[in-house]
Ligand binder design. Structure first.
Ligand code: SF4
Length: 333
């Protein structure tokens, strides 16, 4: 499953499921957005495995994206989840260059590459890992992060990866966000336009937090703070099943409104910032929605039409958006 095919699904409600299997991580990267350490929180694997077992073939997500912390600290859980639906693992690659057996059934492996990770896992080891995975037929990509589009590290690393892998391995290029351990030093950034009347694609895929709570978005503030606002809480992996989580995601009027026109459009006011306004919404949007489903479909269609590059232009480093397409022509879907 090529990176571009996964990102093409990102605007489609409930087409994917994000699962943070643990907050623990053996690496201590200075920019870690989840503030992960080996001693961080971790909850029973059975909660996550139970939820994965509720996924039925006929209404399974088209992709499950496993994150953390470091998801590969729970290899058995990764293998169990990968047996239920096509699965992507986002990893820091602490095990490089060895390929863990748990990755055998995984559809896509994306490895982090940035100046902070490279201090923990040398680039040469990461490259050997990605060569080994690609050699076994696993789809691979890099998640490259820098300080901004002009960061010389990005230009240098992108050039190195393109040469090393002959333009066959795609890259998702992003920026260090002011979250987790980077909160104290990374610049805060307003991602939404001033009027805020743009759909929030982040409300499309349910996201499982390390504590098992299922939220309607993967915004780090929502993942980290409790209680979760009612309209953003979809359930818990210890007690709910995929079908009910998916139904709540698809049919909640307020989530439909956020996905259609953004939280400020849904609220009919624009004084609290983009996500700030979202967190104050009730379980029903204030704006009337006489044709909510139809409107949402039009908006989703437009975003899907913009393709994976359109998604990166909005949520990643726009200058490097086309890198998500590398290797797409030669990739067997
Ligand atoms: S607007 Fe709401 S749904 Fe979208 S990222 Fe912000 S908090 Fe999440």
């Amino acid at each position: 499953m090529h990176l571009a095919d996964i990102l093409a699904l990102r605007p489609v409600p409930a087409a994917g499921l994000l699962m943070a299997l643990t907050r623990r991580c053996p690496l201590t990267c200075a920019h870690c957005s989840t503030n992960s350490l080996l001693t961080s929180e971790e909850h029973p694997a059975e909660w996550f495995a139970r939820f994965a077992r509720t996924i039925e073939r006929e209404d399974r997500p088209e992709v499950i994206m496993l994150t953390g912390g470091e998801p590969m600290l729970r290899p058995r859980l990764v293998a169990d989840i990968a047996a239920t639906a096509p699965t992507m693992v986002l990893t820091g690659g602490f095990f490089a260059p060895r390929v863990p057996a748990a990755l055998a059934g995984v559809a896509h492996v994306s490895v982090s590459l940035d100046v902070h990770h490279q201090r923990e896992v040398p680039q040469a080891k990461v490259f050997r890992l990605v060569h080994a995975l690609a050699g076994r037929g696993t789809a691979v990509s890099f998640h490259v992060t820098g300080a901004g589009p002009d960061d010389p590290y990005l230009a240098r690393t992108i050039d190195t990866v393109r040469r090393e892998f002959a333009d066959r391995v795609p890259m998702l290029v992003g920026r260090v966000r002011a979250a987790g351990r980077a909160q104290a030093w990374a610049p805060a950034e307003e991602r939404a336009p001033a009027d805020g009347h743009r759909p929030c694609t982040m409300a499309a895929w349910p996201a499982v937090s390390p504590d098992g709570t299922v939220t309607a978005c993967c915004n780090q503030d929502v993942i980290d703070h409790r209680p979760v606002p009612g309209h953003l809480r979809l359930g818990h992996v210890a007690t709910d099943d995929w079908r009910s989580v998916r139904t709540r995601c698809l049919t909640s009027p307020v989530l439909q409104a956020i996905r259609t026109g953004g939280p400020q459009w849904a609220a009919g006011r624009s004084d609290g910032g983009y996500c700030g306004t979202c967190r104050t919404l009730g379980t029903t949007a204030e704006r009337p929605r006489p044709a909510a489903a139809f409107l949402e479909q039009q908006v989703v269609r437009a975003q899907v039409g913009a393709g994976p590059e359109g998604f990166i232009r909005r949520y990643g480093e726009a200058r490097f958006a086309e890198l998500v397409m590398l290797g797409r022509e030669t990739h067997a879907v």
